[in-house]
Structure formats: structure tokens, C-alpha cells
Design a protein around this ligand. Structure first.
Ligand SMILES: [Zn+2]
Length: 519
């Protein structure tokens, strides 16, 4: 029997009554007791003890939408989100190149030109990457993962035959920039194999623990495309088999495996407390940053974006999922894409078993109309949203620059979503993956009309994130019987003593064990 007694602070259980207590006892991976220190002590036998010294305990955070391998690879390779301007981005890539053997790939992720100083906000170019190195193939992937820039050596190494979106040109010269399906080819050529993916997974798990995250829901992401199977799944299962996956992981299967998933007759939720199958992940449109989200509004660069998969294709995938009662999580950012996905979800809902609620999810929901929000509520669709996306909603920020100033109060409508009665699950989309950082935006949003209370934000990152993955009875609260996953913070967010993301994570507890100690 293993016991961990945590006492002497404020424990927010996040149960229905939002009960707060002084102490919590974890036993054999579950919450055994909560209450006054004396009562909880009396329930324990030989516990390891943590004196909170007034600190705050919450259920562990659950990142409802992430790409765990991207998080890890960003840590192993070059994380370009750290660059404040294009010169810095190029310097970071040059550092990576210096320690990489000639001919081997130099990978940069998460570059976000929209945050750089005015005058330097063009996409990275082939010429710039050539100036970093001509001996290495180099690829810099944009923060949204929908586009990338390659140097000359990299363009030679990727097979672009037959892609819809060839390397973009300007005055007949390749700019080195690729979007959508061509970005997929770059992944296939350059991204990590299984051993590297496992290294990345380890790095990501450690990082998540530092951030107080105990559960993740990871969707198809940035790993090598193969003819058969998927590096991401192979690495996850290898970690699971070796008992190395001490971050609870629900994975969503990418759209190109829709038929395989349905053939297996494995329903959503198959797995154990560590690794579970969430269901199917599909894409409807692109992104705002790359001007490929399918919008009702015109982009600054012209056009209304695009469906990366059309209605008929989505319908076919959704039918596969519905046949075997799979949950579906569909990426939809632009208003028009959201409308199409709701249409097709309504149609698919008829095909699930009677009485089964598949909790269909829309991922991002950035530009939902009033009508879309009403329809989502009506159909019981979960809104899986990312509060950190408000980092681009400032004056002269990405939303404004791509879609006009009047889009600023009309994106990421968390308040309207909740008021409509939709379940709101928060995640990070790894941009970057910190729950406290993200929640700060929802609580302190510049648009007061869309602000959430601290409790609403925390609920979306714990209880309702768990609901979104059918785990509401297992996690998301600190009630007896729930999984022993918790985070200890150095300040109480409910007291709002300081800006939200200045709150620090002191301890992270997974399965009743301390996996991160930042005290
Ligand atoms: Zn994503």
C-alpha cells in the first residue's frame, strides 16, 4: 500500500459544490480521503507526508488538445517560439546546424512571424534559410503546423510530386514556402523515427509535469508519415508497454486511419488509465495564421480560406466513426468550416447507436457565429478551445491583421459558448503548452464580454476536459475514488493575488506519486 498525505493548505476538490478542504490522502493511485487534516490523518496508515505550508491544491490539469510529439521535438530541436524577431529565429537555427552533422535535417518549429516587430513580419524565406546553412536541409515550421519554409537543400530532398500545393513561387522563383499537403511531404521526409519520437515523448512528459499537467489528449500531429501505421502510435505503445508513460494519454487517430479504426471495432475509450483511444481526429479547414481557415470574412491577403477536406470527405469519415461508436474530434476554425462540420455532425449523430452520446467535438471553434453556437448546444457538441489563442487577439495582433479589427471581440467566444450551455474543454494546442498561461487569457481577456471566471477557466482545464474524453468519473476532481492526480500551486488562483500566469507550480502528483517537485 502506498499513501501520500498532503495537508496544511487549501485543497480545491472541484466537486459539484466546489468544496475546499485542508488535506487529501492518496492511496494506491486513487484519492482515498479529503477533509480536515485530523480526519484525513486518521484515515492514513503509514503515509509519505507533504506539508503544504498554505499552498493550494487542485486536480491535475488536463490538456484537452495537444500534439505531444511536437512539444517534445520542440524541446529536442529548435523551438522558434523563443525568437522575438526573424534574426533571432535564424540564429537559433544556426546554433542547431552547428551541432548537427552535415546532410542531416535541421528542424525548427513554432515560428510565429505575426509576433515579430512591424516591417519584419513576412514568412521566413528560402534565401534566409540558405544563409543559415547550405550543408544542411533546413525546415522551419510555422506555429500552426499548416505551412513551412525550406532551404534549397531541403527542397531537393523532399518529393513534392503530385501535391496540390507546390512550393510557392514569386516572380517565377521558389520562395521555399509550402502549405497544407506539401507540408505533409516535408514531414514525411524530415520528421523523427520511433526512437527519436520516444526521446521526444520523454522530454514532453517531463515538461508537462513541470506545468502541472497530469493528463493529455493528443491528436494526430507532427511525426513522420509512413506507408503503414504511425510513428506516434508506435512510440506511445512502446512507452506504455515499458511502463514509461506516466502522463495519462488519450490519443485521437488521424483521419487517414478512419477505416482501419472502424475495421477494428474498437470503440472510443478502449485502453487503461494510462493510454486510451479517444476516437477519430479529422481536419476541415486550415488556420488563420496561414490564411487557410475557411471563413465568412475575407482575409487581408484576399480569399476566404479553404476546406482542406470537403463536406463529402468528412461525411465518409464520420460515417466510419459512427458505425463503431467512435467519438470524433474535428478541427474547424473558420465560421464556414464550423457550419459544415455541424451539418455533418448532425447527420452522423443519426447513425450512432440509440442512446449513445458520442460527445462529438469541434476543435478550436475560433470564428463561430451566433447560430453555430446555438446549433452546437442543441446537438451536444463539445467545444474544445484554446485560451492561449487570445495571445494573438491584441491590437495589431494576428486576428486583426489577417481579418480586420472588428474580428477582435468576435473570436474565441468562451463566454458565449458557456452561456449557450456547451461543454467547454480547454487545451493548449502546444502554443505553448501551459495551462496557467492559457487560463490567464480567458480570465483577463481584453474583451470583458468574453471573460471567464477563475472557476470557469479551471473547470474547462480539469473537469470538463475530462468530460470531453469520457473520463469525468475518473478525473477532474479530487473526490474519493478518483485518480490520484493533482497539482500544488504557490498561490490560490481563486484569490487572484497576481496575474494568473505568475502563479507557479510547486508539485505535480500523478498516480499518487510526486513526479515534479519545484519547491
Ligand atoms: Zn492542434
Amino acid at each position: 500500500m502506498t499513501e501520500l498525505l498532503v495537508h496544511g493548505g487549501t485543497v480545491h476538490t472541484l466537486d459539484d459544490d466546489r468544496t475546499t478542504v485542508e488535506a487529501v490522502l492518496f492511496r494506491d493511485g486513487r484519492v482515498a480521503a479529503v477533509g480536515d487534516t485530523a480526519d484525513v490523518e486518521a484515515a492514513a496508515t503509514h503515509p509519505e507526508t507533504v506539508d503544504l505550508d498554505g499552498r493550494t491544491v487542485l486536480p491535475g490539469f488536463n490538456d484537452a488538445h495537444t500534439h505531444v510529439f511536437s512539444v517534445g521535438i520542440g524541446l529536442l530541436e529548435t523551438d522558434l517560439s523563443a525568437a522575438d524577431n526573424r534574426e533571432e529565429a535564424l540564429e537559433l537555427l544556426a546554433e542547431n546546424a552547428e551541432s548537427t552533422p552535415e546532410g542531416a535535417w535541421v528542424l525548427g518549429f513554432q515560428y510565429d512571424e505575426s509576433t515579430w516587430p512591424p516591417g519584419g513580419r513576412d514568412y521566413l524565406t528560402k534565401a534566409e534559410l540558405d544563409s543559415v546553412s547550405e550543408e544542411h536541409p533546413i525546415v522551419a515550421v510555422r506555429v500552426d503546423g499548416h505551412s513551412a519554409t525550406l532551404n534549397s537543400r531541403a527542397i531537393e530532398k523532399v518529393d513534392f510530386a503530385g501535391v496540390e500545393h507546390d512550393v510557392r513561387t514569386e516572380n517565377g522563383e521558389p520562395t521555399g514556402r509550402v502549405v497544407e499537403d506539401a507540408t505533409g511531404r516535408v514531414r514525411a521526409a524530415s520528421y523523427p523515427d520511433v526512437p527519436k519520437a520516444r526521446e521526444a515523448l520523454d522530454a514532453a512528459i517531463d515538461h508537462y509535469h513541470e506545468l502541472g499537467v497530469t493528463s493529455i489528449q493528443t491528436v494526430a500531429g507532427l511525426t513522420r508519415v509512413r506507408d503503414h501505421g504511425y510513428v506516434q502510435q508506435e512510440a506511445l505503445f512502446a512507452h506504455w508497454r515499458d511502463d514509461n508513460l506516466n502522463l495519462r494519454t488519450t490519443f485521437y487517430v488521424p483521419q487517414w486511419q478512419a477505416e482501419s479504426l472502424s475495421d477494428l471495432e474498437i470503440a472510443s475509450g478502449f485502453g487503461d488509465d494510462w493510454l486510451r483511444l479517444g476516437g477519430l481526429k479529422t481536419f476541415s479547414d486550415g488556420s488563420i495564421g496561414s490564411e487557410t481557415a475557411k471563413t465568412h470574412r475575407e482575409f487581408a491577403g484576399g480569399g476566404f480560406g479553404e476546406m482542406v477536406n470537403d463536406r463529402e470527405q468528412l461525411r465518409e469519415w464520420f460515417a466510419h466513426a459512427a458505425r463503431t461508436n467512435q467519438q470524433i474530434a474535428t478541427h474547424a476554425i473558420g465560421g464556414e468550416a464550423i457550419d459544415v462540420v455541424i451539418d455533418e455532425y448532425e447527420r452522423a449523430l443519426e447513425k450512432y447507436d440509440d442512446g449513445f452520446d458520442p460527445r462529438l467535438r469541434i476543435e478550436h471553434v475560433e470564428l463561430a457565429t451566433d447560430e453555430a453556437i446555438e446549433r452546437m448546444a442543441e446537438a451536444g457538441i463539445v467545444a474544445s478551445m484554446q485560451p492561449n489563442f487570445l495571445q494573438w487577439n491584441g491590437e495589431d495582433g494576428l486576428y486583426e491583421n489577417r481579418l480586420g479589427a472588428d474580428v477582435r471581440p468576435e473570436n474565441n467566444r468562451y463566454r458565449d459558448v458557456l452561456d449557450a450551455g456547451i461543454t467547454l474543454a480547454f487545451g493548449s494546442d502546444k502554443m505553448p503548452p501551459g495551462p496557467l498561461y492559457g487560463m490567464g487569457f480567458a480570465v483577463e481577456s481584453p474583451h470583458e464580454s468574453q471573460r471567464l471566471s477563475v472557476d470557469e477557466a479551471l473547470t474547462a482545464y480539469t473537469r470538463d476536459a475530462a468530460y470531453a474524453e469520457f473520463q469525468g468519473d475518473e478525473k477532474g476532481t479530487l473526490e474519493p475514488g478518483r485518480l490520484a492526480d493533482a497539482v500544488v500551486l504557490d498561490a490560490d488562483p481563486y484569490e487572484q493575488p497576481e496575474p494568473f500566469d505568475d502563479i507557479g507550480v510547486d508539485l505535480t502528483i500523478v498516480d499518487g506519486e510526486i513526479v515534479f517537485d519545484g519547491r
